[in-house]
Design a protein around this ligand. Structure first.
Ligand SMILES: Nc1ncnc2c1ncn2[C@@H]1O[C@H](COP(=O)(O)OP(=O)(O)OP(=O)(O)O)[C@@H](O)[C@H]1O
Length: 459
């Protein structure tokens, strides 16, 4: 999907530009020449002009037929290159994983298959594109010759015939140009359609007319009777779920894989709207808040710690990338997130570039940077999707320390995968079969402790 969209915007965007250029470049001069030559032909011989018009119309019909074929072939070629682009976007960033799994040969074969299909479809398109004008040209010259021979035998005034044929030749040239532009249009049409399809995608959530901006919130969160499914005919992931979190509380969500923990926080961030029920922050229904305001008060640290190429400061101050990053806030956030100790050892400190997706940092460093980024906005509610990947003991301790500091003065909802993190929370909820059921902390510390781990709910 990502590769497909990027291909539409880049390569197909350039196809669209070529199409528009071909049309603009041809239509005006060709129309003028067409008009002038057609007038002269009618003046010389209305009958021959009529015959020529019939032949030209026939050729236009043939071209239209081939144009449709070209459109179809172009569409297939565009889809095949988009598939190659999507494949490369997915596999190249995961090349370490591919190598670690000895999967180079498999990936090579998958790539070859896609590339071969792409080669075949693109050659088809080129073949079609060159064949059509040649067929049209050959037929037109044959017709021209027939008219010339026929009329030279029938007519007494050869100079009129030559003059007519000259006009016809000069008429054919712009017709061919229009034909080429038509070809370009047919070839570019799928790209135009696919590009405009992008702008017709409907967002999952829509703005409310009377939405409000709230400057600050205390951080109370309520899920009231919330039901949600991803599609019309897919099962309910949340089923009349109720959950109440007091401002400033830290809550751990545990549950089986696929139980809906991530879905719950997606709803809190309004990445989706519930099918029914309400989600309230400080008694404001989140659907009545502006999205910008909501997402200022709710911070998110995802499991896969999405970082971008750029400096440490740009990654922490990501929200202000286009305005002015506040270095004081960056340093403060880095301090709370326990990131200062490694940032200061980097050659250029906060100005060090961390490579694509933060690839120059270790897993633990990436996690602390992601925490610092969420803290930069100082949200009243913080959602943490704890990483499942193991860290070394020291990194683990530094991340945990950072989490403890964060939990002090805000509401924290942590999707917990480790028992230690679960035990850091004041309240623990088990998300299962669409409902949230509270587990008492005291039971966790004794008998449930082992049962949570052995049932696979935590690591
Ligand atoms: N974008 C999506 N479209 C369709 N179904 C989805 C989508 N995202 C998640 N699901 C489905 O919703 C269910 C709940 O997923 P969710 O990610 O909320 O679970 P989870 O409890 O966070 O799991 P895990 O602990 O494994 O991360 C799963 O069955 C999943 O397949």
């Amino acid at each position: 999907m990502v590769g497909d969209v990027s291909y539409r915007i880049t390569a197909e965007g350039s196809d669209v530009a070529d199409t528009v250029f071909a049309l603009l470049n041809t239509v005006v001069p060709s129309s003028l020449q067409l008009f002038a030559m057609a007038t002269q032909m009618v003046a010389i011989s209305p009958v021959l002009s009529f015959v020529s018009a019939l032949v030209i119309s026939l050729m236009a019909l043939v071209s239209a037929y081939f144009g449709e074929e070209l459109r179809e072939v172009s569409n297939k070629a565009n889809l095949s290159i988009a598939a190659v682009s999507a494949y490369l976007n997915e596999v190249l960033p995961a090349i370490l994983f591919v190598k670690a799994n000895n999967a180079e040969y498999n990936e090579c074969m998958r790539f070859k298959r896609l590339a071969h299909d792409d080669l075949y479809k693109r050659l088809n398109k080129k073949r079609m594109k060159t064949l059509v004008p040649q067929i049209v040209q050959l037929t037109l010259f044959a017709v021209l010759l027939a008219i010339f021979v026929g009329s030279s035998i029938a007519a007494s005034d050869l100079s009129r015939v030559i003059s007519f044929i000259t006009s016809l030749v000069l008429l054919i040239e712009p017709i061919q140009d229009v034909g080429k532009a038509y070809n370009e249009l047919k070839q570019g049409e799928p790209a135009i359609e696919r590009l405009f399809q992008l702008s017709s995608f409907k967002p999952k959530v829509t703005k409310e007319i009377n939405e409000v901006r709230v400057e600050s919130v205390a951080g109370e969160v309520k899920f009231c009777n919330v039901s949600f499914a991803y599609g019309d005919s897919t099962p309910l992931i949340l089923n009349k779920l109720d959950l109440y979190i007091k401002a400033g509380q830290t809550v751990a969500l545990v549950g089986p894989s696929g139980g809906g923990k991530t879905t719950l926080v997606k709803l809190l961030l309004r990445l989706y709207d519930p099918l029914s029920g309400h989600i309230l922050i400080d008694s404001h229904d989140i659907q009545s808040l502006s999205l910008e305001s909501l997402r200022t008060h709710v911070g998110l640290v995802t499991q896969d710690t999405t970082l971008f190429s750029g400096t440490i400061a740009e990654n922490i101050g990501y929200r202000d990338l286009l305005t002015k990053i506040d270095m004081e806030k960056v340093k403060h956030a880095a301090q709370i997130a326990n990131a200062v100790e490694f940032i200061e050892t980097l050659p250029e400190g906060y100005a060090t570039n961390i490579g694509p997706r933060g690839s120059l940092l270790s897993g633990g460093q990436r996690q602390r940077l992601a925490i610092a980024r969420a803290l930069y906005q100082n949200p009243s509610i913080l959602v943490l999707d704890e990483a499942t990947s193991a860290l070394d003991t020291r990194s683990e301790m530094l991340v945990r320390q950072a989490l403890q500091r964060i939990m002090k003065d805000r509401t924290v909802i942590v999707i917990a995968h480790r028992l230690e993190t679960v035990l850091m929370a004041e309240r623990v909820f088990l998300l299962k079969e669409g409902k949230a059921q509270e587990i008492s902390r005291s039971s966790l510390q004794d008998d449930r402790h082992d049962s949570l781990a052995s049932s696979g709910l935590v690591i």
